[in-house]
Design a protein around this ligand. Structure first.
Ligand code: PNS
Length: 168
């Protein structure tokens, strides 16, 4: 039986940390579905359609990786896609508590689906979509943090604030 894994998340936008995880995981599962949560309450910067487009662009070289979106319970979506693995990345210890809670809840809901964690690559362990957006909007350099296609879209979408050093 081919092993199908779901990598769920907001991906608003995808970072090089996510991409590193996708690349590594794609070697270990027959099929990897990167699934964007359709959740308007989070007020995302990019629409689901835009995020799907960016994701598809950056994973196109991985033949066993697919991009999709979902709403409702993640485990129900996974079951509908015949996936037996939920993949999540862990950066620092601070991620652990929330991830543990989600993994245990998901196991309670559907014990046949296993959550598998990969440690984030050390070069990306500080990286998050939220920080990338904040640093970029304040004029900081985000090169190497997101794929070039994402940097281009960020430039179009987010106004960059000018920095005003305090007068002494
Ligand atoms: O990238 P994120 O925002 O950390 O991803 C969170 C996500 C999408 C994995 C989580 O919010 C989720 O699975 N939502 C779907 C609804 C659900 O199943 N909730 C119960 C999870 S315990």
């Amino acid at each position: 039986m081919p092993v199908v894994a779901i990598y769920p998340g907001s991906f608003d936008p995808i970072t090089n940390g996510h991409l590193d995880l996708i690349q590594r995981a794609s070697n270990h599962f027959d099929r990897l579905i990167v699934a964007i949560l359709r959740n308007e309450t989070k007020a995302p910067l990019f629409s689901v359609k835009e995020r799907m487009k960016m994701l598809r662009e950056v994973v196109k070289s991985y033949s066993n990786v697919e991009v999709d979106s979902f709403d409702g319970l993640l485990v129900d979506y996974a079951a509908a896609r015949q996936a037996t693995v939920l993949l999540r990345g862990i950066r620092a210890i601070s991620d652990y508590e929330f991830e543990l809670q989600m993994a245990l809840m998901n196991r309670r809901l559907r014990p046949e689906i296993e959550t598998v964690f990969l440690m984030a690559g050390e070069a990306y362990s500080f990286l998050s979509s939220r920080l990338v957006k904040e640093v970029f909007s304040l004029g900081g350099d985000i090169s190497g943090m997101v794929p070039p296609a994402v940097a281009v879209r960020l430039k179009k979408r987010l106004p960059v604030a000018r920095s005003h050093p305090a007068k002494t």
